[in-house]
Design a protein around this ligand. Structure first.
Ligand SMILES: *Cc1c(COP(=O)(O)O)cnc(C)c1O
Length: 230
């Protein structure tokens, strides 16, 4: 049986190897430990092994863990689940990042509710890259207008784009989904450069992080490969 610390080691090596192979600079890809459904003790174990950034999908579950782990310095909380309007205040108050902003109404609420004593909330726009009816995410065509509007929101820092392409599609299609997201970010840098750092591509999970890194991922979101099956 492998431990969480061992798993962090092996995922970190996978990231390093893929980063090198892609000709990218060491340290340019960050590991987000996706800890949804996992108990606070397991996050504490990961923290002891050096992990600082944790991704959560459910607001109340995350707040409970934050309370249990509040003595851990420099732990960084990322919200990655679907965002309902009635949850924006808690997200704005408790998280450092929200990767899953998919409409302006949500961005506006997060901006209005972010306490001015905190640094701006880092956000990514979630894109529905495979145009699936059921999936959340905005359309590629909406991105520039959304970025222009977010430029007027001082309590948000627009870091880039996030997607959850269907990991079960054939490899070539998965790669093309990652590439589409990377190209969309490049396009935003040209057309909406005043909107924020635009330095982030949140894509790749346990099974496909190498391919995502080859296509430009800067955050890979990894759950199963660290904590085991949910
Ligand atoms: C659960 C989840 C992940 C992690 O997926 P694994 O396959 O367990 O690595 C990544 N991103 C999002 C948005 C998730 O909900």
């Amino acid at each position: 049986m492998s431990s969480i610390a061992d798993n962090i080691g092996s995922v970190t090596r996978r990231i390093q190897k893929a980063t090198l192979k892609a000709g990218r600079s060491a340290g340019s890809v960050y590991l987000l430990a996706v800890s949804k459904t996992r108990p606070a003790d397991e996050l504490r174990t990961a923290y002891s092994a050096g992990q600082r950034a944790f991704g959560e999908n459910y607001v109340q579950e995350a707040l409970d863990k934050m309370e249990e782990l509040k003595e851990l310095d420099a732990i960084e909380w990322h919200f990655i689940g679907p965002i309902q309007s009635n949850k924006t205040r808690q997200i704005a108050e408790a998280f450092a990042w929200a990767h899953s902003v998919d409409r302006l109404k949500i961005a506006q609420r997060l901006n209005d509710q972010r306490p001015p004593t905190l640094p701006p909330l880092n956000i990514c726009l979630q894109v529905n890259i495979n145009n699936e009816e059921s999936k959340s995410g905005c359309a590629l065509e909406e991105l520039i207008d959304m970025a222009d509007a977010i430029e007027e929101m001082p309590n948000l820092s627009l870091r880039g784009l996030m997607a959850i392409p269907d990991p079960d599609q054939p490899e070539a299609e998965l790669r093309s989904s990652f590439r589409k997201l990377a190209n969309a970010l490049k396009h935003m840098r040209q057309e909406a450069s005043g909107c924020g750092p635009l330095d982030t591509l949140s894509m790749g999970m346990s099974g496909d992080l190498e391919m995502a890194i080859e296509e430009g991922a800067t955050w890979v979101r990894v759950g199963t490969a660290l904590f085991g099956p949910r």
